[in-house]
Design a protein around this ligand. Structure first.
Ligand SMILES: [Zn+2]
Length: 68
């Protein structure tokens, strides 16, 4: 019986994940953490996500997702 099992990722995988998280959560221009705002539309069952950088005073992206 195995009690402890550790999954250790290769450094390359960890770096790729960190780079992805950085790209999703930080401003591509200045690197500041982005602010996310969500608006739910129950008529169309969607949620719109606005993503802004407070430092650059810019809207970085807007995505609309379907609610499940
Ligand atoms: Zn910025």
């Amino acid at each position: 019986m195995e009690i402890f099992k550790f999954n250790i990722l290769p450094m390359e995988d960890i770096e790729r994940r960190e780079a992805f998280k950085e790209a999703v959560n930080n401003c591509p221009l200045c690197g500041t953490g982005l602010k996310f705002e969500h608006e739910v539309d129950f008529l169309y069952n969607t949620v719109t996500e606005d993503c802004r950088c407070a430092e650059c005073a810019m809207k970085i992206r807007t995505e609309t997702y379907d609610l499940q």
